[in-house]
Design a protein around this ligand. Structure first.
Ligand SMILES: *Cc1c(COP(=O)(O)O)cnc(C)c1O
Length: 401
């Protein structure tokens, strides 16, 4: 047998930039050294060491989700896999689902529910607004809904569903399970799963938690677990079957080979959250994001979303007429080695404030780069005024790192 010649490729070192780009977009975000180191290790997925790691991951995740539920699990896959796990376990053919849609990611939950045969009603929230509880209630009154899906922060357009707590309360009063996408928000702002009566919380690694992409977390409430145990329809998914996953996460048995390196990384990311404590972490994120937003506005740029429903964990910026968002991003990454995000189709820029992104040294570098790049592509900004405002907000709140 004659094999064709193997492809000739260049080594990774020659592809990667000499200086890693500062990842200030909508995720993935920079990871701490301890997370990177943990991610470089491989251990037995069923040994005693792994058991201890898994126990601690669950304990720490319960703190981060603010739940005492026994049904907290890691998911081998992107946050979208955790979303799919929530949906495919809680939605059966014919289950009536209300999907509150603010943008790309919340629409993804709706689509997943349709794909597993759910009878999905979409509430399309107007642009630049939070979902309104009274509108949700008016639809639920129609009767028969069993699941409500909603996003805490819609990363794609930087809207925050400020009335999430009220929406969850209403949904529960109509006997619905609440599925909340907290991918970009978890550990950057309050998410009190038990207190708010949330039934499934989804998060990814590469956003608020500052871990690697591809290993995610999900937590189910006891109500959600009851629904899963009583489900009639067979599960089409095998990897995402929550009852099978429970075998590994709660019974130390084999389901599939857990992504051990990624779980170790998640362990370290969660440990750093616990070390910092949630209140301190929320405060750091709130102040850093406020300082960045203040700096952007002081430069003369406009933020995309009105203050009352603006997400803190990803900040959207309206790009002035005649300036290309892609042009700005190009200059920022080529010249300043700072990477921020555009948006799916809109002429806006998005700067992340998740986990390690919310550090003062990263803010100074990013805001300066943004202003400088805006000028370079023909925009008009007051760069010194922006930097001064960033400095002022940080100093007045005594944030040092
Ligand atoms: C990033 C993100 C997702 C999807 O995460 P993947 O890891 O890309 O699957 C879902 N929801 C929200 C709110 C996000 O920010």
């Amino acid at each position: 047998m004659k094999y064709p010649a193997p492809p000739s490729v260049i080594p990774l070192d020659n592809i990667l930039p000499d200086e890693p780009l500062l990842m200030m977009g909508a995720g993935p975000v920079p990871i701490p050294h301890k997370v990177a180191y943990a991610n470089s290790l491989v251990i037995n997925h069923l040994g005693e060491t792994m058991n201890r790691v898994v126990d601690q991951v669950k304990t720490m995740a319960r703190y981060v989700f603010q739940t005492s539920s026994a049904h907290v699990m890691g998911v081998s896959g992107p946050a979208s896999a955790a979303m799919e796990m929530a949906i495919c376990n809680l939605v059966e053919p014919g289950t009536k689902v209300l999907s509150i849609c603010n943008g790309l990611f919340s629409r993804r939950l709706a689509e997943m529910a349709v794909r597993v045969g759910g009878e999905v009603v979409r509430l399309d929230v107007p642009d630049k607004e939070s979902a309104r509880p009274e509108v949700v209630e008016a639809i639920l009154k129609g009767g028969g809904f069993k699941v409500v899906t909603v996003v805490q922060g819609e990363t794609s357009n930087t809207v925050w569903n400020r009335d999430l707590v009220e929406i969850c309360r209403i949904a529960k009063s109509y006997d619905c399970l609440n599925v909340v996408d907290a991918v970009c928000t978890l550990s950057t702002m309050p998410m009190e799963m038990e207190e708010w009566a949330v039934d499934a919380v989804i998060t990814g690694g590469q956003k608020g938690l500052s871990s690697i992409p591809g290993v995610s977390l999900i937590a189910f409430s006891n109500d959600a677990w009851d629904r899963i145990e009583r489900r009639n329809a067979p599960m089409a998914h095998w990897c995402l079957d929550a009852r099978l996953a429970d075998q590994f996460w709660n019974k130390k048995a084999y389901h599939y080979t857990a992504p051990v390196s990624g779980v170790l990384a998640l362990h370290e990311a969660l440990r750093l959250v616990c070390d910092e404590t949630l209140p301190a972490r929320f405060r750091r994120h709130a102040i850093c994001s406020a300082a960045l937003q203040g700096g952007i506005e002081a430069m003369g740029l406009e933020l995309l979303i009105p203050a009352e429903c603006r997400l803190n964990s990803v900040v959207g910026i309206t790009v002035p007429d005649g300036v290309s968002a892609d042009g700005v991003r190009h200059v920022m990454s080529e010249l300043h080695k700072v990477e921020i995000s555009g948006a799916f189709g809109l002429n806006i820029l998005r700067i992340g404030q998740m986990g390690e992104q919310s550090r003062t040294h990263n803010l100074f570098r990013t805001l300066h780069s943004l202003g400088s790049a805006m000028r370079a592509v023909g925009g008009t900004v007051d760069l010194p005024a922006g930097m001064a405002e960033l400095e002022r907000v940080l100093a007045s709140n005594a944030v040092r790192d």
